[in-house]
Structure formats: structure tokens, C-alpha cells
Design a protein around this ligand. Sequence first.
Ligand SMILES: [Zn+2]
Length: 398
Amino acid sequence: MRKFSISYWLDNVSKKDFSQDMKLLNTEIMSELLYAEKRSVLLDRIISNIKKIAERHEIEYMEIPLGSSGLFIPVLYREKSDPNSTFLLLLGAQHNEYNGTFGILEFLNSKMNKSLFEWQKSCSGGFLIIPVLNIRGFLHPIFENKWGYYVTGINNLQQTNCNRFWDKTLEQDIFQKYESSIPEESRVVGDFLLRLRQDPRTPLTVLDFHETSLPYRIRKEMTQTLNLNYLSDLNWIKEVTLESAFKYKGISYLNKKRSEDIKWIKEAVTEMSEHIQEKAIYFLFYSPYSKDLANFLDSHLQKEFASVLWYSSRYIVDHSQKIEGCFVSANMSRPWMCAIEIESHKLFFNLPEEQKKYEENLQYGKYLLNQLRLNSNIAANVIYFTLKYLSSRNNKEK
Ligand SMILES: [Zn+2]
């Protein structure tokens, strides 16, 4: 059972040098992420870091309890002082992905954090920051919960994806109707968010951070098994990869593919995937109400990360095709929202496989650390540029 008291914090955390604590992304972090028994040490480091942020900047720190488990979701928040103003939600680690977690921490620990306080002051808005939502999966990554993907712990092996219920948490009447069917993590956060936002139809901006291994898997697949049948059934990532191959070759995109195209497409995908392991990727999923923000972020991110991004025809994707329940699909019919889902390269898809590579090759730990730093840096910049966007819209409205 994990319990935190103020005296524990004062005794064990505040004596440490703050600058040491800021270096969360050090070499130890890989073994803390790769080995389940070290996860609680890492969570302690994250908690002590955000408590210091709270103290320094006069932000509220809170532990949202998870039933009788003794576990809690550590959050930072500030209430709105104007009830009609915008509320901002930053959400990391709904699944086994830590770009949002460390991106949030990088943002809060760097000078970028000024943009948050300046925006908040100028519009009297509020915010809720959740570095790790899926605490049970984070602390107990096991095969049964797909290495921390699902919101299940050691005692509850039912696989539940907490990212399928947010549409039921955004308005009081809907929330009450579905409350008992919403998984605990989404329910307690949804409930808290409704209280913080006061009027449920006031503006809500959401940055929801995820990672996916799809872009890498599809590129590999295409260089090996591409045929006409494969091209007849395209999802978003296959479509973007194909579009990229056409753009790479300077050929205008054809909806109808011919068998004579297969060979050059395979070659193009191989060529544009060179050095892909060292590079980074992001995809921003948007709704009709967040498309403008997605375009704004994309133009800044492409400039900022030009030298490290792998080749793609585009980095923003219309979310209308995806499954219900996440924030962006909930945003499809809610004009008062503005939600973006951020995808980066997934690093901890299969924990035992990653452990094996880490143990066999010293360089692999460095590689993982570098990738995590890239993902986190992209996430921190997404937050920073979103605040620039919100501030510029405030100024326009004044
Ligand atoms: Zn995810």
C-alpha cells in the first residue's frame, strides 16, 4: 500500500537538491521503466517533483484516491477565477506510454512553464495536470494488463481501456447516467474535472498524450508484404505511409493503385525509412473544432523538430474514423471543446522484449533514453505552443 504524508515528503524529498530532482530523465530511468519492481521508485520521484513545482508556483497538489486500494492519481490544478474562461487539461499515461508524463515534467521544470502562468493570469482560466493517469498499470505492468496498457492491477485482471469513456464524463447529466459503468480512473478524474470546470459547457482544451507502434510496424510491413490486396483496405496509417511514398517520389497521389506501382512503393518506403530508428514521429489527431490548433502546432513542431522527424507527407490526422470514447471523438459533436490526441513512437509495447534487448546490449538503454527524451521534448513543445495559441486567441477576443 502506498501512502504519502507531508512528513514523509519533508523528510525524504525536500532535503534533496532540486536541480538533481529535475534530471528525471537520467540513465536510471530506463531500468525503472523496464522493471516492474522499480516502478514505485520512479513514481515517488515523479510525485516529489510535482510537489516541488506546486510549492514553487503556488499550484494545488492533490492525490485523487482510487477506491480502497491505497493508490491515488497525483495531480496539479488551479481553479478558474472567471467561470466562463477556458479550462486546460493535460493528460499523460492513460496506457503504457510516457511521452506525456515526461513531457509534462519537462514543460513544468523549464522556462516554458511561464507560458502557462501568463496565459492563466491573462484569461483567469484554470488547469488540471495529470502526469500519470493509469497508476495501477504504471505500478504493475504485467502480461494480463498488456504491460500497463489496461487499467487493471494485480488483483483485477479484467482488461479495460480507460480511453473509451471520456465522452460520458464531460456533461453532468450524461455522467450521472453512465457513472457506474465508467472505469474508476476515468470516473474520478471526470468527476473532478466537472467540478473544476463549473459550467460544463464552458471552453475546454485537452491535450491527450499517447504513443503508438503502428507507424513503425506498417512501414516494415509495407517493405515486406505489400500487394494490391493490402492496398485495398487502408486505415489512417497505411494511407499516410502510402501518401508519403508518393510525395517522396514526387508522384501525385493515386486513389487507385496498379500492380506496376507495388515495386517502386516498396522501394520508396524502404528509402524514406532509412535511419528511422534514430528519428522521431508525432501525429496530431484533431476534430473539426481542434483542426485550427492542430495546424498551428504542426507548423511550429515541424520547424522545431525538422532535423529529427522521419519523413511523412503529413503529421496531422482527421480523427473522424476512430473508435468512440476518447477526447477527440467526444469533441466531434461538442463545439465548446478543443481536443488533440498526440501520438509518438511507442517504446514499451512489449516489456520482456525490451528488457531482453536492454540486457543484451548496453547501447540499447541509451537508445531508449534518447527516444524517450525526443518524445518528451515533442510533448513539452506541444504544451508550450498550445498555450501560445490560447494566449493569441485571448488577445484577439479582447
Ligand atoms: Zn494510448
